[in-house]
Design a protein around this ligand. Structure first.
Ligand code: ADP
Ligand code: MG
Length: 250
């Protein structure tokens, strides 16, 4: 296994005035390149904190994060920002699209952030390709408020994928969608994994969503309570995960 994302005894404590919240209490795991993993668990268990740390959006209180095979504690903030920009894409529950920009402009933002022209022939072709990949051809000139929730999340996913990141982090990407639109987003994440060999790190409280993953980590109270190995989605539906969670009383 070639580790692309990992955690070693990760802990994170938030300080709020005089009080402290121990959001993570020692998480160790390894994710191989091309794997699809999911973190499941109740609200407040530390899933988003873990995803933020693994994706280099925040730093741990103690422990080590591995991203693209590098220990991030050795990186300066600038180097970490560059690594994140080059290797990762993020999708969140709220689509975070810029309402005044068109679909194509929203999807082109990562090029701008990287100091590249989204309208160059090469980059415009990448934008068109990712929009086609996400079945958004014809929507290029629309603004976000002219799209359904499912379409908006697919635009957010297109923006996350346009630079072909090695790792895609998704925090409750279906949390704001109806079942059908949510399933489409999960199918697209799964296709990115299988057809483009991208590593997917999904956070969800929904067992049906987590069941797209090869492995599911059940998070509780800032720790990994259980690791459930499912194997590739083509070989199973959601039932093995739901049965296993029931056995564990979760
Ligand atoms: N920025 C923050 N400041 C203070 N406390 C936080 C912050 N982010 C999360 N927490 C707390 O850390 C714990 C874990 O939160 P979170 O990682 O968001 O859990 P989950 O995503 O599983 O719902 C919760 O008790 C939450 O209130
Ligand atoms: Mg969360």
């Amino acid at each position: 296994m070639v580790e692309i994302v990992g955690a070693r005894e990760l802990a994170k404590t938030y300080r709020l005035g005089n009080s402290e919240v121990q959001a993570l209490r020692g998480v160790t795991l390894e994710v191989a390149g091309g794997e699809f993993v999911a973190f499941m668990g109740p609200s407040g268990s530390g899933k988003s904190t873990l995803l933020h740390l693994l994706g280099g959006l925040d730093r741990p209180s103690s422990g080590e994060v591995i991203l693209d095979g590098q220990a991030i504690s050795h990186l300066s903030d600038d180097d970490l920002t560059r690594l994140r920009r080059d290797k990762t894409g993020f999708v969140f529950q709220f689509f975070n699209l810029i309402p005044t920009l068109t679909v194509a402009e929203n999807v082109g933002l990562p090029f701008l952030v990287a100091g590249r022209d989204p309208r160059s022939a090469e980059n415009a072709a990448e934008i068109a390709a990712v929009l086609e990949w996400l079945e958004l051809t014809g929507k290029e000139r629309h603004r976000p408020d002219e799209l359904s929730g499912g379409e908006q999340q697919r635009v957010a996913l297109a923006r996350a994928l346009v630079m072909r990141p090695a790792v895609v982090f998704a925090d409750e990407p279906t949390g704001n969608l109806d079942f059908t639109s949510g399933t489409e987003v999960l199918e697209h994440l799964f296709r990115s994994c299988v057809q483009r060999e991208q590593t997917i790190v999904l956070v969800t409280h929904d067992a049906k969503a987590a069941a797209y993953a090869d492995r599911v980590f059940f998070v509780q109270d800032g720790r990994i309570l259980e690791e459930i190995v499912l194997g590739r989605r083509e070989e199973h539906g959601a039932k093995p995960l739901i049965d296993r969670l029931a056995q564990l009383g979760l």
